[in-house]
Structures are given as structure tokens and as C-alpha cells.
Design a protein around this ligand. Sequence first.
Ligand code: PLP
Length: 229
Amino acid sequence: MTLLERLTRMRSAISDAAHAAGRGDEDITLVVITKFHSSQLVRELAALGVHDFGENRHQEAVAKSAELADLAVRWHFVGQLQTNKAKQAVQYAHAIHSIDRTRLVTALGAAELPAGGDAIDAFVQINLTNDPGRGGAAPEDLEPLAERVLETPNLRLRGVMAVAPLRAEEEPEAAFARLNDYSERLRALSPEATAISAGMSQDFREAIAAGATHLRIGSAITGNRPPAS
Ligand SMILES: *Cc1c(COP(=O)(O)O)cnc(C)c1O
């Protein structure tokens, strides 16, 4: 299958899942995750009408966003972000989906945004497992973390984000239902923070059914990732 075929197939699967859930295409933003892939692949996808791209490694995001500065695309950072990279991250990131601790919020708040740049879309990442190694804040930290984001002019609180547990541990439906509850808690604090970043190549249908607004889809569109370099 070509890139265009994979993209077209995914777009129509997303549309079908949205309609099945009584939702419209306009409710859902597709972020194509291009980690480990070349800048050339991003260029091809942009030519096919993709506007939102996601990366999970800071150095790679710095390099690609610089190489592709001529494209009108938006970069979403979806990986672990070290506080000492916050200053650089605000230079390329339209959105950060992995806000998981107050120290990171503080560092992003202290960074200087590019001249004329908008506040960065911020998603609080919640860990849906009991393993702290999986990334994301513990659910009890949701409100305190969100409060800190709301106090930070550099950031615009958009919603929650999560990665589903492995299927062997829990079905995505159950995990995403919990994420939807966290989203409700967040909206009680900040009614505009309605976004839910969830759903990858293998679980986007379940995520859409559970209210996801931002899908992070990699391999089903890009093909298998080359080994990490
Ligand atoms: C890699 C990655 C994705 C995309 O995963 P696929 O299974 O390739 O669709 C989504 N979210 C995050 C945080 C990732 O690191």
C-alpha cells in the first residue's frame, strides 16, 4: 500500500468511527506521529493535506521542525520532556500532550515564547496504569497540575491525554472510559478544557467511541517505523 492509500484508509476509518459514535469529522483532529521517520515523509504527508504532526523525542523534533520550517504545519510533542528542554520546546511546539509534573509547567512558564507566538496548547497526561514507569501523572494529581497550567500564561489548557495500557492488562474501552471521567473532572475546573488526546493505530476506534478529540496515529499511516537512530 502507498502512503496515500494508508492515509485515505485511515481517514475513512476515523470518519466511520466518528459517525458511529454520533460525532462529526470536525470534532476530531488527526495528529500523524512521524517519530523515527524522515523529514521527507513529513513533506509527503503535508502535500497530502496533513497539518498536524507529532514527535516523541525532543532532539528529533528540533531537527525536523527546523528542516521543514517552510511548511505550514503544527508540531505536537507527545513524549517525555525534560525540564531543561522546555526553553527549546516552546520554539517549535504548537502543542505539548505530555504535561505530567509541576516542574515541567514551571519550566515552560519561564521559557520565552517566539515573538508573536500563541500560548502553547497543553494536555495533562494521565497514567492509566499503576506503573509509574509508563509516563503521565497519577490521577490524583490531575487537578493540582491543571491549576498550575491555568496559572501559566505561556500555556493554554486544552484537556487530558493518555496512552492505553497493554491489551493484555486492560481492554482499551475500560481504560478510555476512565480517561473520559478524568476529562469530566478537568472540565469541572476549566470548562474550555474539553480535548481528549487518545487513540493510536491499534485503538483509535475505542478512543473515538470514548470521546477522543485528538488522535495520535503513527504506523498505520506511516508504515512500520525504521529502527531508532
Ligand atoms: C508512537 C506514539 C504514538 C503512535 O503510535 P502508533 O501505534 O504507531 O500509532 C502515539 N502516541 C505516542 C505518545 C507515541 O509515542
